[in-house]
Design a protein around this ligand. Structure first.
Ligand code: JHZ
Length: 412
């Protein structure tokens, strides 16, 4: 069962969507599977569309959320030291801001995963609540003292939280809002949950960077929307809320942090005005921009396939580094399977011993990469390049070479 669009209409504005790009049948980005599950593997038709009304780029069809977020969700946030530090500073920024009430502030985080951000509030005894639909990661959060409820957020749940615990000062989310097809109901819930002085602060991979870097691998089942400040302003405007600040982030290859409040409750910072002007100049409100994006994506695909096939023809061995959700789009869209890539190494225990979604490349522990390095490694977690290059100096020292595909396909 899929969440289908009503006659290809925008989930936010209800206006017709223009089709931008068709990736064909794709598996779930985090759908790592065992041999016995191959015959029942789930695929859906992955296409993206754009509405010039809401300025929202979005998946036209999406699997139902329960297919993606469940009690064996494969992505644990705390797998990167850089991300640990990132969420610590995110939390500190909120704690140091004037957005929290002086007495008994209440902070809610949507999609708190294993508690990577909220633990910074729980350590300071700040009243908090995490809402996380994937039960296995929610359990990890609870284990480290982050009060977490395993559920999907909605207007109904927001009303329940307000009646049980009162309204919130801050509603936080990182790499979550863009995952939610029922976004209109979630925004209604946020509106109901926040105090008059309350703010919502969230970040997601940024459309401006995706277009500039041709990082089409940010498009997969979980990312139903690819946000810009223009589309966020439109979306929250429907509930009389507005952007009061924006701040670009380096994480996930370029993200944007958006701060919004009830309309008129705070001064709008110049960062908002500047970014909205920049986005219009970049054409993030125009379908023509996405037509150019499609041509860039198609070129990137043919360059990557040619490069890897040429290396194989020369007898070289190639592996993949990090079984990211993003890699599912690249490998399936480019048709890169075990004939071209020997294995993908990854540090996440739940992914090891499984096959990658769709193309079925074995996912192995990092030790395999250490003990049996290939001539070339395709950096599938290109967004963590600095952290990975730093710890894999020996690989390069031993003659190994990195292949990257963002922003352009090349051997480093
Ligand atoms: P990483 C996730 O996407 C999932 P992914 C999610 N859907 C989302 O929205 C985005 O983030 C924004 C491995 N790894 O962070 C661990 C190593 O093996 O790029 C993880 O499996 N060695 C919520 O999956 C994967 O990479 C390393 O040294 O595309 C993490 O991938 C490092 C640093 C990571 O996110």
């Amino acid at each position: 069962m899929k969440v289908n669009m009503k006659k290809n209409l925008c989930r936010v504005s209800g206006a017709p969507l223009a089709k931008v790009l068709d990736f064909g049948m794709q598996p779930l980005g985090n759908g790592f599977l065992g041999d016995k599950d191959i015959n029942t593997e789930y695929f859906y038709s992955m296409k993206i569309g754009f509405s010039e009304v809401s300025m929202m780029l979005q998946l036209i069809e999406q699997p139902i959320p329960e297919k993606m977020f469940h009690d064996h969700y494969a992505f644990y946030s705390s797998t990167s030291k850089v991300m640990e530090q990132h969420f610590k500073s995110f939390a500190e920024e909120v704690l140091d801001s004037n957005y929290l009430s002086k007495s008994d502030p209440f902070v809610v985080e949507l999609g708190c995963n294993d508690g990577i951000m909220l633990k910074n509030f729980s350590k300071k005894n700040i009243r908090h609540l995490g809402i996380e639909p994937s039960a296995n990661v929610a359990e990890e959060a609870n284990k480290i003292g982050v009060r977490t409820r395993s559920d999907f957020f909605s207007k109904k749940l927001a009303d329940k939280i307000v009646s049980e615990e009162g309204k919130a000062d801050a509603f936080l989310a990182a790499n979550v809002m863009c995952h939610i097809p029922e976004i209109l109901d979630v925004v209604k819930g946020i509106k109901a949950l926040l105090k008059p002085s309350g703010v919502v602060i969230f970040e997601d991979p940024y459309l401006g960077d995706i277009i500039n870097k041709t990082s089409y691998d940010q498009i997969y089942d979980e990312h139903v929307f690819l946000f810009s400040a223009l589309s966020i302003q439109y979306l929250f405007g429907l509930e009389e809320m507005e952007l009061i600040d924006v701040s670009p982030q380096k994480t996930h290859g370029g993200s944007m942090r958006y701060t919004l409040a009830h309309r008129g409750s705070y001064a709008v910072k110049d960062s908002v005005t500047q970014l909205l002007i920049k986005e219009r100049a970049q054409g993030l409100d125009k379908i023509a921009t996405f037509e150019e994006f499609r041509a860039n994506v198609e070129r990137s695909r043919s360059e990557l396939i040619t490069l890897i096939k040429d290396l194989k023809a020369k007898g070289k061995r190639v592996s993949g580094y990090a079984a990211t959700s993003k890699s599912t789009t690249v490998l399936n869209y480019c048709g890169i399977g075990p004939d071209l890539i020997d294995y993908i190494c990854d540090t996440t225990p739940i992914k090891q011993g499984k096959l990658s979604p769709g193309v079925h490349i074995p996912v192995v522990p990092h030790e395999v990469f250490k003990n049996d390095p290939t001539d070339y490694a395709l950096l599938l977690a290109w967004n963590h390049a600095d952290e990975i290059m730093e710890k894999e100096k020996d690989y390069v020292g031993g003659g190994g070479k990195w292949i990257v595909h963002v922003p352009t396909v090349k051997v480093l």
